[in-house]
Design a protein around this ligand. Structure first.
Ligand code: A2P
Length: 317
């Protein structure tokens, strides 16, 4: 890829959208439902696979997209539950390469009601996590067309940042990148409170063993890591690996993908602004002088005074 102005991003593939809607959902049969964190994890996160053979979802989804789930039952107003979107965690060719098995990563939502302080259980997440192999669910989609790998995905270097279940699309994308061809390089930074909560950890370690161009970094926020002190967020890896990150971000072929908790993108942009020379930063983020001091940057400025370029892909929720 030639050196391009910052506004110019890579060409994205055409994607299929909304092949199944609420009035005509696809049927997915659960073929796998297993914990995907480490032993003794405090939370409950499961990797769930659906066989969608015979539906229009089969062969027509792309990693980075999401699918909808229609939980059974009605909401507190007596209306049928609306769809919940879950990121696809499988590669574009599905779990077994035939395009018919689609997966996602689901964290059980277990909380207290903010006013009554009574137990609150997330409707869709607990429904999905409770599904047994052989049971079916109503699925919709696919949805989303911006958060995908580019057409010529082997021509790029990648920097992926994930927090929590934001890892799902990157499991799929790394599958596309390394099972089908090989990218120039890919670095994954995974943020999690404790080592026990890291998802697909063994999978990424094995991938790193098999593919020297894949680099897997973790950022634990509530526990000390062997190479640095406690309290690491994903953006801190830009500093702990400053030389490597600056070199990676200086390449005209590098793309950044960010997925997970809302707010993580600002932490990443602020840290990039601190470590990168302006001519490199501007390849990813166009900063209006009115944005002022980095410390005062806020989410409200995003897409106005702080404009990510088309080399940055964002999916935060
Ligand atoms: P913490 O909650 O310790 O402050 P999970 O979804 O599994 O809880 O993981 C989310 C991870 O992302 C946690 O380590 C959490 O840290 C971290 N995190 C929370 N807010 C941000 C943020 N604004 N930027 C980057 N990481 C964050």
């Amino acid at each position: 890829m030639p050196d391009r102005p910052p506004s110019d991003g890579p060409e994205l593939p055409e994607v299929q959208m909304h092949l199944h809607r609420q009035d005509e959902p696809a049927t997915g049969v659960v073929v796998r439902n297993e914990v995907c964190t480490q032993k003794k994890a405090a939370g409950f996160v499961r990797h769930i696979e659906f066989d969608v053979s015979g539906s229009r979802l089969a062969g027509n989804f792309r990693t980075g997209q999401a699918f909808g789930v229609l939980p059974p039952g009605v909401d507190d107003k007596g209306r049928p539950h609306s769809q919940r979107l879950y990121s696809i965690a499988s590669p574009t060719r599905g779990e077994q390469g035939k395009g018919n098995i689609i997966s996602t990563t689901v964290k059980r939502v277990i909380d207290e009601h903010w006013d009554t302080k009574k137990l609150f259980l997330g409707v869709a997440s607990n429904y999905l996590c409770d599904l047994q192999v052989g049971e079916t669910a109503k699925l919709l989609g696919p949805a989303g067309k911006r958060f995908v790998l580019p057409k010529n995905h082997a021509d790029h270097d990648y920097l992926f940042f994930a927090t929590g279940t934001g890892i799902a699309p990157f499991r799929g994308m790394l599958g596309d990148l390394y099972y089908q061809s090989s990218p120039r390089s890919a670095t994954l930074v995974m943020g999690s409170p404790y080592a026990t909560e890291l998802m697909y950890h063994d999978h990424f370690l094995a991938m790193q063993q098999d593919h020297p161009s894949f680099n897997y970094l973790t950022a634990l926020s509530r526990e000390r890591q062997s190479d640095c002190e406690e309290g690491l967020y994903v953006q801190h890896r830009l500093s702990t690996h400053r030389e490597q990150m600056t070199e990676l971000l200086s390449k005209p072929t590098t793309l950044i993908y960010i997925c997970g908790l809302v707010g993580m993108e600002m932490g990443i942009f602020k840290r990039m602004a601190r470590i990168l020379p302006p001519e490199i930063l501007s390849q990813y983020l166009r900063v209006d002088p009115e944005a002022g001091e980095i410390d005062n940057w806020s989410r409200k400025m995003l897409h106005r005074k702080l404009k990510p370029t088309r080399r940055v892909f964002l999916e935060v929720y």
